[in-house]
Structure formats: C-alpha cells, structure tokens
Design a protein. Structure first.
Length: 240
C-alpha cells in the first residue's frame, strides 16, 4: 500500500495502551495512524489530516464521542468507525444515526478491527463499480443527487448525509422501484454478507427517511417491501 490519502487513519482514543495496540497492529498492514487522546484534539487533527477513516471512541475527555460524531457531520465525508465499551444499544443507534458507518464493541479483537477497517476503506475506493446509474447526477422531482460532489438537494436545500447514507441513497435511487434486500445492500456497500442480525442498514434507512422528510410511520419515498427489502419510489419527491 502506498502512502496516499486512502491509508490515512485518525484514531481518537483516550486509552493510551489501547491506542498503541491499535496503531502497532494497523501500521504493519500499510496504514498510517495519527492519534489524538481526546475529542477536542481529535477534531482538530481530523480536519488537518483529512483521513480516509476516523476510528472514534465514544467515552472521551474534553469533548465526548457523540459530540465529535455530530461535529464531524458538518464537514467530514469519509468513513467513521466507532469504538465503545458501552453495551447500551441506544449508544450504538445514536452513533449510527449521527453518521457512523460501523460500530465495534470493546474488548477489541485486532483481526476483526482490521477486517472492518479494510471493508470501510475498500468500499470507498470501489464506490463507482457499485453504482449502476450511467450518470453522476440523479433527479426525481425536487430531489437532486450529485455523485461526484457527494451532495443531495431537496427543494433547493442541501441535505447533509454521511458517506454511508449517501452511498445507500445513491444505490437505492440508481435502482428505482426495485426492492433491494439487506443482503444486496450489505454486499454492494460493505462487501460483506448480511448476517441476519446487523441492524445498521435499517438504522441508516431510518436516518435517511428523517433527513429526507419521509414519514417515519408511513414511509412513501423509501418504502419497506415486506419480505424483500427497501425500495426507492420515484413519484414522491415533489411534496414539501
């Protein structure tokens, strides 16, 4: 692996022993890891480095992980992997809804972490083959999706999406009116099989619906097709 933006990682972790373990494990595999020991310095480092991946602990001094996650969504466009010792499912849901792409619970198994890191970076590097649309702009009524700029506009207002949310929306919109299964989505966006238990795809759908003003109780724009998956509806994007 060459020294490029694709192998730059910012690790925001206050446990120095764990940070050293992660760094020592990832660097021989070609990744350059920059470490910050608290949320405040982690945000500054991430903005300076502009890494391909941020690995973020939730329990941090100065600025907590969820706040860091929320701040990153204002400008960071690449992958975000959460680390946490918390067994609270609500923390996981909150992090995913704020834009995290994956979530790993402590204690961390280095091989598992490496696999997740590789999957997230590989997904961002191979995004174009995944997409099926022959253009880099998709328009449905008042919804405009720009692949190259990674921007989404609804009724002239820009909708801020995480990298994973954008990829998911693009995948669905590139296959309009076709139910896409969780297995298909997982393989397309993450390069791994759906295990039947992972709820991250469902959480991303919930987040997308919220940001795109789709009714959470009776979705009309991104609908659930019972037994088949999720489908992007083409004629529902003119409503306010």
């Amino acid at each position: 692996m060459t020294n490029s933006s694709s192998n730059l990682i910012v690790l925001i972790e206050d446990d120095l022993k764990l940070a050293s373990l992660i760094t020592d494990y990832l660097q021989p595999h070609g990744y350059i890891v920059h470490h910050a020991g608290d949320g405040k310095h982690g945000l500054a480092l991430a903005q300076e480095i502009q890494p391909q991946l941020i690995i973020l602990d939730l329990m941090l001094p100065l600025v907590d992980g969820l706040t860091v996650c929320r701040e990153l969504q204002q400008w960071y466009k690449n992958s975000l992997l959460i680390l946490s010792a918390s067994g609270d499912n609500m923390d996981q849901v909150a992090a995913l809804e704020m834009g995290a792409d994956d979530y790993v619970c402590k204690p961390i198994h280095p091989r598992v972490l490496l696999a997740r890191v590789r999957a997230l970076i590989r997904r961002s590097e191979t995004i174009k083959p995944v997409k099926k649309a022959p253009t880099d702009t998709l328009t449905f009524g008042q919804l405009n999706i720009h692949l190259g700029r990674r921007q989404v506009y609804l009724h002239t207002s820009e909708i801020r999406l995480s990298e994973t949310e954008f990829e998911l929306l693009w995948l669905l919109a590139s296959n309009p009116e076709q139910p896409l299964s969780r297995e298909h989505i997982s393989q397309s966006l993450r390069g791994i099989a759906y295990d039947g238990l992972d709820r991250s795809i469902d959480n991303k759908i919930v987040s997308l619906r919220k940001k795109l003003n789709d009714n959470a109780q009776v979705a009309k724009k991104i609908i659930t097709v019972r037994g088949k998956g999720y489908s992007f509806v083409t004629d529902q994007w003119n409503e306010q």
